[in-house]
Design a protein around this ligand. Structure first.
Ligand code: 7TS
Length: 418
């Protein structure tokens, strides 16, 4: 197989980015008469052929509803669905299946915690602490909760590099705080937050911690027992799996005490008009027919990442991010947004006074896919006083030649607007 970048399978060393690239069919196409350079994995990553094939095989042979049939296909579908849950358990080192709830994505996972864990416990005067760099998914569910309960949302500030101040966040935590909900990695800025230290401090005050791991899980090893977080939310489609499937990890003793988030089939043991008993974990939180093929694809994506090795992925992306930052810094008139000391996989920037959307459009004409706009992090844009940024985001399949193509396209964009 020859990719558009001229590499052959024979040249690609196994376990390196060029080899990983060959596994992703979508990367090997032309867009606007240029080889596609995909630098938008923070929005959604591409899928390896093993994921595409696993979903297709499931759809062709094994599809039926789960947990409810005596027939063979229903058994196969149940095995595939529950097998995917086992893969998640091992991938993030949860203590067991009861701690892994399948959801639609990070967004639903966070809403579930807000409504099921926090809402029954909250009263007026209680506080939820987040940071200024959160994705809207980790802002709006808490705003809704505050409207419902009279609780207060407290926001820890960021500095001009896009970092949170550990001591400031710690200073916001006291006995009235019922949740610290923070990103593990910022999607707009790439900042890696000092989550372990914050979790330790929060726990010393009996405050539970939710981590939004949407931008961490595809890029670094994540061990929820080592982190000791209480909840961890992430999405399948940012980790080389399908859309519409996500995960909520929750510590079993917390999930056990939480009421169901939604009612319906599968989440019950018995239903009578004089009372209903709920199913055991994690099914209590999975009302209705779930996204079975999504789970199958997610399981295959986890298999792919386990073989790739998350430490190797993290090392590759760290090298690539350093290369991208250095190359972008050399472009005349560029302003990098998000320059934290500890970063992962993302670089936002402004190119002179060219509107980010214009930058994105000109890059697309050259086959380079980046995201432009507020990245669902409007408060970050407010802080920097800008309407949005252009953002290049990396995944394991990117290479230095992708960065070179980005830089060439940006230099061309500057000339057009000069
Ligand atoms: N949290 C973070 C940190 C994210 O980056 C995203 C999606 C979400 C939550 C929501 O995930 P979902 O799968 O439930 O939608 N981030 C982006 C992005 O950066 N560009 O498009 C989506």
């Amino acid at each position: 197989m020859t990719g558009l970048h001229g590499r052959t399978m024979a040249e690609a060393t196994p376990g390196t980015a060029p080899a990983w690239r060959t596994d992703f069919p979508a990367l090997h196409q032309e867009v606007n008469n240029h080889p596609l350079v995909y630098l938008d994995s923070a929005a959604s990553s591409q899928q390896p052929v093993s994921v595409i094939d696993a979903v297709a095989a499931y759809q062709r042979q094994d599809h039926a509803n789960v947990h409810r049939g005596v027939h063979t296909l229903s058994h196969r579908a149940t095995e595939a669905y529950e097998g995917a849950r086992d893969k998640v358990v091992s991938f993030i080192n949860a203590t067991g299946r009861s701690e892994i709830v399948f959801t639609r994505g990070t967004t639903e996972s966070i809403n579930l915690v807000a409504q099921s864990y926090c809402r029954p416990a909250l009263s007026s005067g209680d506080r939820i602490v987040i940071t200024h760099l959160e994705h809207h998914s980790n802002i709006v569910p808490w705003q809704i909760l505050c409207e419902q309960t009279g609780a207060e949302l407290v926001v820890a500030s960021i500095d001009s590099a896009g970092q949170v101040d550990l001591d400031e966040v710690k200073g916001l935590l006291d006995g009235d705080v019922c949740m610290l909900a923070i990103a593990h990695v910022s999607n707009a800025l790439g900042t890696v937050l000092p989550v372990k230290s914050l979790i330790q401090h929060a726990h010393s005050l009996d405050i539970p911690v939710l981590l939004d791991g949407a931008q961490a899980v595809p890029h670094m090893p994540v061990d929820v027992q080592d982190l000791d977080c209480d909840f961890y939310a992430f999405s399948g489609h940012k980790m080389f799996g399908p859309t519409g499937i996500g995960i909520l990890f929750g510590k079993e003793r917390l999930l056990e005490d939480m009421p169901p988030y939604q009612g319906g089939g599968d989440m019950i043991l018995e239903v009578h008009f004089d009372g209903t008993t709920y199913n055991e974990l994690p099914y209590k939180f999975e009302a209705g027919t779930p996204n079975i093929s999504g789970a199958v694809g997610l399981g295959a994506a986890i298999d792919y990442l386990q073989v790739a090795g998350m430490t190797r992925v993290a090392e590759h992306e760290a090298d690539l991010l350093a290369y991208m930052t250095a190359r972008l810094s050399d472009i005349e008139g560029i302003r990098l947004i998000g320059t934290a000391t500890n970063k992962a996989s993302v670089q936002s920037f402004m190119l002179g006074d060219i509107h980010p959307h214009d930058v994105g459009t000109i890059l697309d004409h050259q086959g380079v896919a980046i995201r432009t706009g507020h990245h669902c992090a409007m408060p970050v844009m407010d802080y920097f006083g800008i309407p949005g940024t252009a953002r290049a985001s990396l995944a394991l399949y990117n290479t230095e030649s992708d960065i070179d193509a980005l830089v060439t396209a940006l230099v061309a964009a500057r000339k057009i607007f000069a």
